[in-house]
Structure formats: structure tokens, C-alpha cells
Ligand binder design. Structure first.
Ligand SMILES: Nc1ncnc2c1ncn2[C@@H]1O[C@H](COP(=O)(O)OP(=O)(O)OP(=O)(O)O)[C@@H](O)[C@H]1O
Ligand SMILES: [Mg+2]
Length: 290
């Protein structure tokens, strides 16, 4: 397939490229290469377009995320990975100028339906951010907060159990079990990120969205998070944005390549990295772009 006209050669500022796309934007001539759809979809995005004011940051993206898979989202800075990820649990709603058009289904139900409770939705589709952001509360409270507001524990003993289980699953328990009353913000960066993962899993989400969860971590902390992702996929469905192609190759089964707001190619991770079908994907993974 030929690369679309909008392919940027060299270091063109995102804004300039964005305007250029906008001028030529015609999504009807664009199709995602590969296999964006699966048989066992946990989430399905259909014709999703995201706008910041007049500017369209995501263009007609359709993609399934399979039950219990780890899907990696990769692509050059500014291509819309975070924007698309946030459209999967309506986190874009909190950005005033941001508008999402199209449909996103969770277990077949449209999360953009008028009667959707977004607090409940974000418990089902949790999120871990690039920078660890523990609440200014104790380690215990960071994890207990969600289960408490969602009424998941009927006694202190039950809450203690959820906190311990979540911290164990996030492989942080051994390091913090004696200091649960200490502030979460006093932990190391890698520990804080595992605390945020514990906080996300404490409410028993079905899907976890991770936006560059390791970018602020050293290689050892990164390796621990990657091991954790591998364990978590037994229970959860995970979508992870990463700038590290090695990380995408290590943790994911499917990979989605975004470029200037479009979903260019989706396929099995191994295929995308060894035999990309689209020229833009190839340019990116071979380091010729981005
Ligand atoms: N809050 C915002 N207001 C206006 N424009 C935004 C906002 N957030 C993102 N954008 C624009 O939307 C486009 C996609 O941004 P996004 O942050 O989703 O990209 P990304 O792929 O996650 O980039 P990076 O790899 O640098 O994190 C960019 O052109 C960006 O400038
Ligand atoms: Mg981003």
C-alpha cells in the first residue's frame, strides 16, 4: 500500500503536520491495514473521532481490544495515542474543549450512551498514568479509597483483605506491609507506580488502560512492571501506550500503530515488528520516522 500523502519527512512540528492533515482530511480514502477486529472483543471502538476545538486529533479509528489480551499502542509523539486511550474510559470528558464522536462498546454496551455512569465506567475501565500520581494519603488509603466509595467491602476486615490482595498482585506488598500508614508519596517512583496499579486493580476493573506507565522508571522498576503486566493479563484486559518498541514486543500480543491521528496498522505484535504491512509502520519501527 502506498503511504498517504500526509507522511511527514523528517522533523516537521506536530502542529504544522496537524494543520496539513486537516486541510486534506478525507477519512473516506483511509483504511486500517491488518486486523483491527477480533472475535472475543472486550472493547470495540467504531469510527471514533476526537476533536480539540476545531482540530481533529483522532480520525475515524475502529479497533477491537480482545478479552484478556495486552494490546500495545505505538506511534510518533503527538499521533494521538493518549487521546485515543482516554476515549476508552471517557477521560476526555474532563477536557472542556475535547469532543468525542463515534462509538465505544464495553461488552457490547455503548459507553457514550446518555445514561452511562462515568464513575462506574472508570472503575470498570481503570487507568494508570505516565507519572505515578498517588493520592496525598497513606499507602493503605490509596488502595482502600476506590473499594470504599464503590461499596466493595462490608467490613474493615474485608477492606484489609482487598488492600492486601491488590498490593500483592501489584507485587508491592512485601515492600510496604509494615508501613501501610505512611504516605504513598514517600515511596520511590517505581513503588509509586506499583501503588497506582494496586489502586487501579483494587476495584476489580475489567480493563486497565496504561499510558506510558514505565516512562518515569529505571530499567529494574520497568522490568517489574512488565512482569506484572504479564501476570495481570490472566485476569484483566490491558491496553498500553508505550514509546518503547522493545516493551511493546515484550508485553503485548497485538500492536496498533498510530500516525497523525490515524490507526495505520494493527496486527499480532510479532508480525507488526518483523513484517509490517504498511510503509509508515515500517518506517517507524526501523527508526526512519518518529
Ligand atoms: N488538552 C489538549 N488540548 C489541545 N490539544 C491537545 C490536547 N491534548 C492533546 N492535544 C493534541 O492532540 C494531538 C494528539 O495528542 P496526544 O497527547 O494524544 O498524542 P500522543 O500520541 O499521546 O503523544 P505523546 O507520545 O507525545 O504522548 C496532538 O496534536 C496534541 O497537540
Ligand atoms: Mg501521550
Amino acid at each position: 500500500m502506498n503511504a498517504p500523502q500526509l507522511m511527514a519527512h523528517g522533523a516537521v512540528p506536530n502542529e504544522a503536520v496537524g494543520l496539513d492533515i486537516h486541510a486534506h482530511s478525507d477519512v473516506s480514502d483511509y483504511e486500517t491495514t491488518g486486523k483491527p477486529f477480533v472475535d472475543n472483543a472486550k472493547m470495540s471502538a467504531r469510527n471514533v473521532n476526537v476533536f480539540y476545538g476545531e482540530k481533529r486529533a483522532i480520525m475515524d479509528v475502529s479497533l477491537d481490544i480482545g478479552e484478556n489480551e495486552v494490546i500495545a499502542m505505538i506511534g510518533p509523539s503527538g499521533c494521538g495515542k493518549s487521546t485515543f486511550l482516554r476515549s476508552l474510559n471517557r477521560m476526555n470528558d474532563i477536557i472542556p474543549i475535547c469532543k468525542v464522536k463515534g462509538d465505544v462498546f464495553l461488552d457490547g454496551e455503548n459507553i457514550y450512551a446518555g445514561n452511562q455512569d462515568t464513575v462506574l465506567l472508570r472503575a470498570r475501565v481503570g487507568m494508570v498514568f505516565q507519572k505515578p500520581n498517588p493520592f496525598p494519603k497513606s499507602i493503605y488509603e490509596n488502595v482502600a479509597y476506590g473499594p470504599r466509595i464503590h461499596g466493595l467491602a462490608h467490613s474493615k476486615a474485608e477492606l484489609d483483605e482487598i488492600v492486601e490482595k491488590s498490593l500483592r498482585r501489584a507485587s508491592l506488598w512485601d515492600e510496604v506491609k509494615d508501613v501501610l500508614d505512611q504516605p504513598g508519596t514517600g515511596l520511590s517512583g517505581g513503588q509509586q507506580q506499583r501503588l497506582c496499579i494496586a489502586r487501579a486493580i483494587a476495584v476489580s476493573p475489567e480493563v486497565i488502560l496504561m499510558d506510558e506507565p514505565c516512562s518515569a522508571l529505571d530499567p529494574i522498576a520497568t522490568a517489574r512492571i512488565e512482569e506484572l503486566i504479564d501476570e495481570l493479563k490472566e485476569r484483566f484486559t490491558i491496553a498500553i501506550v508505550t514509546h518503547s518498541m522493545q516493551q511493546a514486543a515484550r508485553v503485548s500480543q497485538r500492536t496498533a500503530y498510530f500516525h497523525l491521528g490515524k490507526l495505520i496498522e494493527v496486527g499480532d505484535t510479532k508480525q507488526v515488528f518483523t513484517m509490517p504491512a504498511h510503509e509508515l509502520t515500517e518506517n517507524y519501527i526501523t527508526g526512519r520516522f518518529g
